[in-house]
Design a protein around this ligand. Structure first.
Ligand code: SF4
Length: 297
């Protein structure tokens, strides 16, 4: 069943077909404020008089008065009415609303509680071997971001640059962490229609809320978009393996001696800030590059 945003509301409105600027009047107010349009008084209206219809009745309503079903966002500070058909095309009328800035700030839905050894891992998502997620909506749209494993490694992000904003592509972004530029790339192509541009002003969301406000890319899936991605028990098993692999990697590189390990076995938050640039690049290449993705699938 198609889901719509809980803030999307409907209103039956009236409007004047002839006015240069279409002024919409919700029906609840129409009787009070626009009696002229609904009664025989419409003949005194200046707009009607500029193009009077000879055969129009003496009683109302005005022949130029139209009614329509519109929708509006109840979360917006100023309600903007949009035609019913347009809202179905936008994210308001389908399950893409989950990634709307207004929805997220008003509803604060949080992240599903599913975890693997202390790292959030929502069940409904699919995961790439280089630690990105894909959310395939029933509305024919998809969203992409980084998973909690990668966000824990990164810690605070200084800057974010989107490589491409639209088109058929493997969507990519460059994250600058501790002065080092790191490229994250979704390994399969999508028809990219938008990027989360809010992140450029507030990149901390990428790592604070990687599954909600920190999403990166939006688009339409192609036949190959979900190829070789993991979901369900296979994804959870892979995540456990990745945590062990990370600890082994850090031990092998003697990173443990520089204080990058945590007591409990789960690597330290913001690991990227504890490693020098060369170690960080090696680690990134091993776990998060498109190469890492190809190697694991
Ligand atoms: S703009 Fe956002 S919050 Fe408002 S109805 Fe659309 S999806 Fe919902």
């Amino acid at each position: 069943m198609r889901m719509t945003c809980p803030f999307l509301r409907e209103a039956q409105v009236k409007y004047c077909r002839t006015a240069a600027v279409r002024k919409l009047i919700p029906l609840a107010q129409a009787g009070r404020t626009e009696e002229k349009c609904s009664s025989g008084e419409y003949r005194t209206c200046k707009v009607f008089q500029t193009q009077p219809l000879e055969e129009s009745a003496d009683q109302g309503p005005c022949p130029f008065l139209r009614e329509s079903l519109m929708q509006y966002c109840a979360a917006a500070p100023v309600a903007k009415l949009v035609p019913y058909s347009e809202s179905l095309l936008s994210r308001c009328g389908n399950d893409s609303f989950r990634y709307c800035e207004l929805y997220l700030s008003m509803a604060q839905p949080g992240v599903p509680s599913e975890e693997v050894e202390g790292l959030a891992m929502p069940e409904r998502l699919r995961y790439t071997a280089n630690h990105m997620w894909l959310d395939m909506g029933e509305d024919g749209m998809c969203h992409v971001g980084i998973d909690a494993f990668l966000s824990r490694v990164l810690g605070p992000v200084d800057r974010l640059t989107f490589v491409q904003l639209k088109g058929r592509t493997r969507p990519a972004a460059v994250l600058t962490v501790n002065g080092v530029d790191l490229e994250v790339m979704f390994p399969n192509a999508i028809l990219l229609t938008g990027c989360n541009l809010y992140l450029r002003a507030n990149p901390s969301r990428i790592t604070c809320d990687p599954y909600t406000t920190g999403w990166l890319f939006e688009g339409r899936p192609l036949p190959e978009t979900a190829e070789n991605l993991m979901q369900g028990p296979a994804a959870r098993h892979w995540m456990e393996t990745e945590q062990r692999r990370m600890n082994e990697f850090l031990q092998q590189e003697q990173a443990a001696r520089s204080g990058t390990m945590s007591d409990g076995g789960l690597f330290a938050e913001g690991l990227a800030h504890h490693l020098d640039g060369d170690w960080l690049r090696v680690l990134f290449h091993e776990f998060f590059s498109p190469y890492a993705s190809g190697k694991r699938v």
